[in-house]
Design a protein around this ligand. Sequence first.
Ligand code: SF4
Length: 418
Amino acid sequence: MNVHDSEKIAAKLIEQGYNLTDDINFADLILFNTCSIRQKAEQKFYSELGKVKLIKRKKPQLKIAVAGCIAQQEGRAFKKKRPFVDIILGTQNIDQLDTLLNGGIAIDQKDDVNALELTAERQDKVKAFVNIMFGCNNYCSYCVVPYTRGRERSRSSQSILNEIQELGTAGYKEITLLGQNVNSYKSDCSFPKLLSLIHQIEGIERIRFVTSHPKDLDDDLIDTMSQLQKVCNHIHLPLQSGSNAIIKAMNRIYTYEQFKEKTIKLRKTIPEIAITSDIIAGFPGETDSDHNQTITALKEIQFDGIYAFKYSKRPKTKAATMDGHIDEEIKVNRLKEILEVQELTTGNINKKLEGNIFNVMVEGRSETNKNRWCGRTTSNKIVNFDPLPSLIPFAGMFIDIKIIQGFRHSLDGEIVKP
Ligand code: SF4
């Protein structure tokens, strides 16, 4: 969500005559698009802001802007504490950036989704993010998002389809539908219906979406995913904990058993699906037994991958005021165990893929070796491979790759000669 917001911010600045630069010393304006989902992201931002403050001392005409969730959360108090910051821009105020370029604050929450439907300066030429909804109504007890991004608002299907149609015409092959909780999309049609409308758009070959709330994942969506060939074989379904007591304290509105049932149904209906998840280690009140239930859940469900983090206290959230906050050392140890168990599972799952042939969409040169190429399977696995003298890949090309070796974080393959 933040990456795509940055693309919208960039488009707004380019409209006003700015160019993007990678060199901070050339910048006339430095804009931070901040994230406050975890304390660590906030700390990193404040440390970078401190460095930029020093640059401004030597170059007083430099404008400093802070956008995103920290700007929204801290509001006017942020500017009071840090007068050297010129612009404060809330999560729903990107459309006002052009009126603030000489300094100012815009942090009002907006109900009108039209104000959020902005042109984006996309860096990638084959993959694109598309917002389908904004905000969240779920109030998971640890999460700051409902406070920083407001209540749920869905875009009209026509507006979404128009944007994707333009992307298809411009040569984009893959779109990722964005929302804090995409499967609670509510507009003039349901989320499964929206997927089937997007499926008809020419040029778009792959449709992904993030993130899904387990409570809103129903049979209709699972069946639609299995029937629509362009919808990728991957779902990110955050479990957060394997203990029902902790899931309840998190206000997640499902039980572990219900969650597991959904993963079974997903795998039965879409046998090649990859399921990934999020886990929080050391939520307030989490006992050793709760933690062990998470470990059991990871072993039972066998996710393809997880994002796991230590619980981090967020302002305004219910969990921040709960009793039983866990010692840092215990959180570190629990996280370590969670990651170790998952690494083993991911390694085993990827090993089993050796010998299989997958259709891969090429994304570009490999990050670790520029002589090689990389792409993704529909199940979102990264595949690295060598080009052939007779077949030089390019971004957006679809190519069959035989998996030679499965690692924990990627697969190694070779092009299947056409
Ligand atoms: S559903 Fe996701 S975004 Fe919404 S409150 Fe829960 S964790 Fe936060």
